[in-house]
Write a protein that binds this ligand. Structure first.
Ligand SMILES: NC(=O)C1=CN([C@@H]2O[C@H](COP(=O)(O)OP(=O)(O)OC[C@H]3O[C@@H](n4cnc5c(N)ncnc54)[C@H](O)[C@@H]3O)[C@@H](O)[C@H]2O)[C@@H](O)CC1
Ligand SMILES: Nc1ncnc2c1ncn2[C@@H]1O[C@H](COP(=O)(O)OP(=O)(O)O)[C@@H](O)[C@H]1O
Length: 283
């Protein structure tokens, strides 16, 4: 029997894709959008900084890390081109985020699993902006209903690895092991694009055909099996969303460029290396 995985089209970069990633001579930073990355508690900001670096390198005009004021020193000590936008109390979080006026938001990488973090996820989702929903944010959404109430902008991308997807759609894993079917199930539940991570990354969306972004052409992409590589991918997606890319295109392009960055760096790759390979890949 032919497997759905074998029938699903594989993403290929075209000249149009490459051109869409360039910047126009007439533009300025505000034309390329503002990406906001929400950071977790003090001492756990590395994942947010990795995502922020990814968003900046992929061409968002402005990138901010949004954190509690007690985490400012940690972020400011390590960030230069990326802005640090602190809020003082949890009650201020939503107004603060709105006031930053981002075009896209990344929420989840090492956000934390407290009830306060859960509230932040709910407040962020209600803003109606394109979002990359990753890691702990997926876990927070896993106990909501099916279909999921709350992802108010379908131009959003949820990026689970298998562990997170098992939490998000546990019943589906009892009925199928087909990664494409699982991703489609999750996209239907989430009401947005779902990028199911792996060497064959599946990008699915409600009521449309899925796509596989495959790393099988690459020799070194398995070096992506390293802490924080998924956080960088979330940053790539958020940066493209901030630039105005369609969510499905942003997910496919980000996954492809992520693999290509790993290939360009080669053995020994760690997560911080991934955004730094983008200039070479984009050239
Ligand atoms: N530099 C940093 O600050 C980093 C922070 N991280 C954060 O650490 C928190 C926990 O993330 P984890 O993903 O480790 O933990 P999770 O508990 O969310 O998921 C890990 C569990 O899922 C299972 N699993 C099944 N298939 C898997 C797959 N393909 N990939 C990964 N796990 C799979 C594992 O066996 C394990 O039981 C998240 O908030 C994440 O963003 C990580 O991203 C690593 C780097
Ligand atoms: N063996 C592999 N080959 C290709 N890509 C991989 C491999 N292992 C992991 N990846 C990619 O690396 C990333 C890992 O993301 P994730 O599991 O969320 O890591 P983290 O939580 O540490 O950031 C995903 O984009 C995944 O597709």
């Amino acid at each position: 029997m032919t497997r759905l995985e074998d029938q699903t089209p594989v993403f290929e970069m075209t000249d149009t894709h490459w051109r869409s990633l360039q910047k126009s001579g007439a533009a300025h930073k505000h034309r390329y959008g503002h990406a906001a990355v929400i950071a977790g508690p003090f001492g756990q900001g590395g994942a947010a900084r990795l995502a922020a670096r990814g968003a900046l390198r992929i061409g968002a005009g402005l990138v901010s890390v949004v954190c509690r004021s007690d985490a400012v020193a940690e972020h400011a000590a390590q960030l230069n081109a990326i802005m640090v936008k602190p809020y003082t109390q949890d009650g201020e979080f939503q107004d603060h985020l709105t006031g930053i006026k981002p075009q896209a938001i990344c929420i989840g990488p090492n956000l934390g699993l407290s009830s306060g973090n859960k509230t932040q996820v709910g407040q962020t989702l209600t803003l109606g902006l394109p979002m990359c929903i990753d890691a702990d944010a997926i876990t927070h959404l896993s106990d909501r209903g099916d279909p999921l109430p709350g992802i108010s902008n379908p131009q959003s991308v949820m990026t689970p690895h298998e562990g997170e997807l098992r939490r998000f759609i546990p019943e589906a894993f009892n009925t199928t092991s087909c990664r494409v079917t699982l991703a489609q199930h999750a996209a239907k539940k989430a009401g947005c694009v779902v990028l199911f991570k792996g060497p064959d990354t599946v990008v699915a969306r409600p009521a449309h055909a899925p796509m596989i972004v495959s790393s099988k052409r690459f020799q070194h992409s398995s070096w992506l099996a390293t802490a924080g590589s998924g956080d960088v991918l979330s940053g790539f997606i958020t940066g493209l969303l901030a630039r105005g890319f369609d969510a499905f295109d942003a997910a496919c392009l980000a996954a492809e460029l992520h693999f290509r960055c790993a290939e360009a760096f080669g053995p020994g790759l760690i997560a911080v290396d991934i955004p730094e390979m983008l200039p070479k890949v984009l050239r």
